[in-house]
Design a protein around this ligand. Structure first.
Ligand SMILES: *[C@@H]1O[C@H](CO)[C@@H](O)[C@H](O)[C@H]1NC(C)=O
Ligand SMILES: *[C@@H]1O[C@H](CO)[C@@H](O)[C@H](O)[C@H]1NC(C)=O
Ligand SMILES: *[C@@H]1O[C@H](CO)[C@@H](O)[C@H](O)[C@H]1NC(C)=O
Ligand SMILES: *[C@@H]1O[C@H](CO)[C@@H](O)[C@H](O)[C@H]1NC(C)=O
Length: 451
């Protein structure tokens, strides 16, 4: 009997201890999702000195929040199963790694958890009002709107927009990670995130054909892989739960990569994904900047330039790899051919370095047109950045399986890196490609003065 009593008190002790010391994100069951949940917002503060253990704060108790520092709010979206977002811990930790700031996790799992999307969506304005009360308190204690940053995922992106609107766009920055599309698509600006909601609004669209918002919503809108289907995500329902959320969640993982990985993801301002793939948008024309806009945390370095435009909105496209760190490296393959007749087809190019690393790019999104003595510049995308290329292979295909095999007669091919224009350009002269046959060769450094 005594033993049992001791055991129970021990369990109670342990439980109340952990509850008090480190509050955690609300965990709900699928049952809660089925019956639906009423709104309750929990604000969890993480700081440099308390990176893994949250402190619960509210508008009457700011806790250890230092109002002179930047405060970043992380706001999740719809939770159809009640589980906590899997990326939340990583995002908090990574933000604190790059800057000494206050990170406030906005846990509105009670409210967002329901199988009925419209119920979750209908609570977004109320969440925004609660956040405004809290921010007002930061301001009353000497904080500044310039230092407020909101990262909103899906419905959370529109919540951020509603908060920003209540401050007439004076909020420092909003990042929308695949802002929710259903019920928001086509709505007027006051009913969704828009560029006037903060001093700078950047958006990543990764699932525009399903859960995400299609049209631009920010000062810069990044469309990875065109914004539709993300590489590495299941393409059919047989992929299970991943099929529904993988594309949508990719926006969060891309943002995380900007904090964590040592390769920067550059995006190319362009009117369409097709123009980007056709290599029409490779010069950003941004004065005083060595690179095109980078996706993620550091996107605000381009703020002044992007806000100068009229209207202050830019769409930017780029492709990614199918896994972390997601970076790909852009090259141009310039080909001058001398076939008598026009040839149309696709090219596969492989690069190999001295250590035997091989990386491949298929340029097959639409047929390239090779015309006698005309230069065609093809945009090649590789998932490795091989510094010293020792061998190159090219393969030409017209796509027809039956019928005659064609040859592509190349007068000159030139390979140049977009990210590293200072690297020597590699050339090869006089080469005949047999259709569907891989042809290896050693390139030479192109002579300085090229026709
Ligand atoms: C860390 O978090 C705990 C639990 O919320 C809190 O009691 C403590 O004051 C925090 N410490 C610092 C230095 O922020
Ligand atoms: C705010 O937090 C303090 C300290 O945790 C708590 O005592 C108080 O009841 C909270 N106020 C509200 C309105 O939730
Ligand atoms: C708050 O942050 C400022 C600026 O980083 C720093 O100078 C100050 O010491 C901090 N205050 C506290 C109480 O930690
Ligand atoms: C190339 O291969 C070597 C040895 O296998 C490896 O250590 C290196 O990281 C590779 N380089 C790249 C750019 O992938």
């Amino acid at each position: 009997m005594l033993k049992l009593y001791l055991l129970i008190s021990l369990i109670c002790l342990v439980r109340s201890d952990t509850d008090e010391i480190c509050p955690s994100f609300t965990k709900l069951s699928f049952h809660s999702a089925v019956v639906g949940t009423g709104l309750s917002v929990k604000l969890m503060l993480y700081t440099e000195r308390n990176q893994t253990c949250a402190q619960i704060v509210n508008f009457t108790a700011l806790g250890n929040l230092n109002v002179t520092k930047k405060t970043t709010f992380v706001i999740h979206g719809f939770r159809p199963t009640g589980s906590p977002p899997v990326w939340m811990g990583d995002l908090v930790e990574s933000l604190l790694l790059v800057e000494d700031m206050n990170v406030v996790v906005v846990d509105w799992n009670r409210g967002a958890t329901t199988v009925i999307y419209t119920q979750a969506s209908s609570k977004t304005r109320k969440v925004a009002v609660i956040l405004k009360e809290f921010i007002d308190q930061i301001l009353a204690n000497g904080g500044s709107l310039d230092n407020i940053y909101m990262i909103g995922v899906s419905l959370g992106a529109h919540i951020s927009g509603f908060v920003g609107e209540m401050y007439d766009g004076q909020l420092g920055r909003i990042t929308g990670l695949d802002p929710a599309g259903p019920l928001f698509n086509g709505r007027p600006p006051q009913d969704r995130l828009d560029p006037s909601d903060a001093q700078f609004v950047d958006v990543i669209h990764s699932d525009i054909d399903a859960l995400g918002y299609k049209e631009p919503l920010g000062n810069i809108d990044f469309y990875p892989n065109g914004g539709l289907d993300q590489p590495g995500c299941p393409k059919t329902i047989f992929g299970g739960m991943e099929y529904f959320k993988c594309d949508h969640q990719r926006s969060v993982y891309l943002y995380l990569a900007s904090l964590r990985e040592n390769c920067a993801i550059a995006a190319y301002p362009c009117d369409s994904y097709r123009d980007y793939r056709n290599g029409k948008c490779v010069s950003c024309g941004i004065p005083q900047k060595v690179s095109c806009p980078l996706l993620g945390y550091y996107a605000d370095s381009w703020k002044d330039y992007l806000k100068e435009k009229d209207p202050p909105m830019t769409k930017a496209f780029f492709d990614t790899d199918d896994k972390k760190p997601f970076c790909i490296y852009h090259y141009f393959v310039d080909i001058v051919s001398w076939n008598k007749n026009i040839r149309r087809g696709s090219i596969i190019i492989k690069l190999k370095d001295k250590d035997g690393n091989i990386t491949e790019s298929k340029i097959n999104h639409e047929p390239a047109t090779f015309q006698k003595y005309h230069q065609v510049s093809l945009l090649a995308r590789f998932n490795q950045d091989l510094d010293k290329v020792a061998a190159i292979s090219l393969e030409f295909s017209t796509g027809s399986v039956v019928g005659p095999k064609y040859k592509l007669r190349i007068l000159r091919m030139k390979l140049r890196s977009l990210a590293h224009p200072e690297r020597p350009q590699l050339c090869r002269y006089d080469l005949v490609l047999m259709e569907n046959v891989e042809t290896f060769f050693q390139p030479i450094v192109c002579p300085k003065l090229q026709m």
